[in-house]
Design a binder for this molecule. Sequence first.
Ligand code: F6P
Length: 358
Amino acid sequence: MKIAVNTGGGDAPGLNAAIRAATVAALKQGWEVYGIRNGYGSLFTDDPLVKLTHEKVHGITMLGGTFLGSANRGNPFEMPVKQSDGSVKAVDRSDELVKRMKDLGIEALVAIGGDGSMIIANKLSKKGIPVVGVPKTIDNDIVGCEITLGFDTACSIATEAIDRISTTAESHQRVMIVEVMGRYAGWIALHSGLAASADIILIPEIPFSLDSVCNKIKQIQSFGREHAIVVVAEGAKEKGKSHFVKGKAVGQAEQLGGLAEYLEKKIAEQTGKETRSVVLGHQQRGGSPSAFDRLISLRFGTEAIRALAEKDFNKMIVMQQNELRRIPLNEVAGSYRAVHLDCDTVMTARDLGKSLGD
Ligand code: F6P
């Protein structure tokens, strides 16, 4: 069999390990393996594939990023195409893409990606491409997954950054606001905020009130502490308002951001405290994967090949209760996994006296 491996959407630590695992396991089956360069968009170019061999994937388990390249603009169902008047329009080029894959002799696909990639994988499977999905995203928000590859590393990076910000906050008696990624789910903020002992953690699942946030800061001050740490998910929102959006390009998801800057002004005004904001941004996605992420990436990657070998197509690999399972792509596509408000981590935050802004 000749298979292709694609990495789509924002990168995450562990992608290279997953590519390596899928490649080595597929070669063991006697299959030919190709990597798609820079996402599906390259299939419309002359040289889209890189042949994956043992040599090509040697020594990459510990490397961050994806050596195949990735793209947020590679959705074949909504390809941004420049029009004659200069404007950009989303065009469905999926039939062309499926034909191109077939012309290249690709018989099956391992689609490593986040929620957007699983929507694409599901649609491609309906157009006759046998697919197995591997869940990747630092956001940890894919339906059916208890953990996605990249989340553990991102949380560690965010936790270390918040630790560092805490010591400078204390020196200067400031309120420091740290904005972390996560899109519409608060996993990174909740986990890293708790791990780094933040005072206030704002997540999209719990709309916050400014009064509640400022009252917590004043309460901390009344107990004799002059600094406070506020961790905010980029998608968190004030009660009755929407999340902050920086932009939206054709064929791409909206770009979130701006909450920390907004809160910096509001908290300073309302509490009189000197306040600073920091946006951690893409460093949460970069660098070496943790041991945990390396291991789940290797487990996911080889399981994807076992699924293909068993012709158990159009599934996504998930880890549930530390065991690998396969769930239909249909069940995953088009939705996301939010933090449950009654989960024990939320209860832990409340029992530790953290403010969740509500
Ligand atoms: O989905 C992963 C993620 O890192 C989100 O947390 C974040 O909102 C987004 O991607 C950023 O994407 P980009 O790389 O396009 O800025």
